[in-house]
Design a protein around this ligand. Sequence first.
Ligand code: C2E
Ligand code: CA
Ligand code: CA
Ligand code: CA
Length: 276
Amino acid sequence: VKSNGRGAACRYVPEIRERAEERRALEVDLGMALERGQLALAFQPVVEAADEHIVGFEALLRWTHPVLGKIPPDKFIPVAEDTGLIVPIGHWVIREACAWAAKWPRHIRIAVNLSPAQIDDPLLLEVVAQALADNGLEPARLELEITESLFLNEKVSTIERLAALKALGVRFALDDFGTGYSALGYLHKAAFSRIKIDRSFVSRALQPNGEASAIIQAIVSLAHSLDMATTAEGTETREEFELCRSLGCEQVQGYLFGRPMPPEEATALVAGVLVE
Ligand code: C2E
Ligand code: CA
Ligand code: CA
Ligand code: CA
């Protein structure tokens, strides 16, 4: 006899409860992670395609849980977003990233990811301005990465907050481009300096049907016509890199040129590099 709908539902209940409990435990633990020193930044190099020199780093959050060990951002960032913990954690990320960047040569920029909930935070502007001032960091060296999902419900306050940040002199990059809604109308509103082409296109770029490379080419020409630069994300092989470069991507980021690394290692990598 096949199990009826009810039987199936009963079997799933404990599993759902387990998952909900796991999630609640994660929320509680994440709430204490910052003060307990369990959060850290990793810096991934961003490289100029033409000469393969490092031109910046992207700050990526890492959480080492005392029992569960390393928890990937794709698992805990959503929890941080849902609980609002992303706001205080984000303040820490901004301060920490700016403090490290201040130790680097002046042509090396730092990119920091911002979730939509962080843009709604009324303290964000002050935290960014203070972090720049405290560390004597030129605003143009800080690039804030935001995704298209921010523009889903076009709030006036969002555009106003971005404009206020922009007025500080920081830059904006549009992250994960091509994976979201792409209504494109918002592109000029936030005055992006850069489009980051999502890894999903880069990793399919060499496939014989040529679709992904056609998309990369289209994104590059869109970017250029709006006076923006592009970064190809998730470049893992030299073939991918060379294709992206030939399609006009100015900068690349990916395992080929370096994985996210501890701040000390990133700092050593660019130490003594002089501005040309
Ligand atoms: P993202 O902003 O798109 O960051 C790039 C992700 O791609 C990083 O994953 C990076 O480690 C990974 N990656 C880079 N190069 C390669 C490659 O060649 N191959 C492959 N397979 N992967 C590559 P990570 O560090 O796991 O971060 C995942 C996401 O979590 C980020 O995606 C970002 O959306 C979010 N995130 C990380 N740190 C922060 C943060 O401080 N604040 C916020 N709001 N979000 C963050
Ligand atoms: Ca990013
Ligand atoms: Ca991305
Ligand atoms: Ca992302």
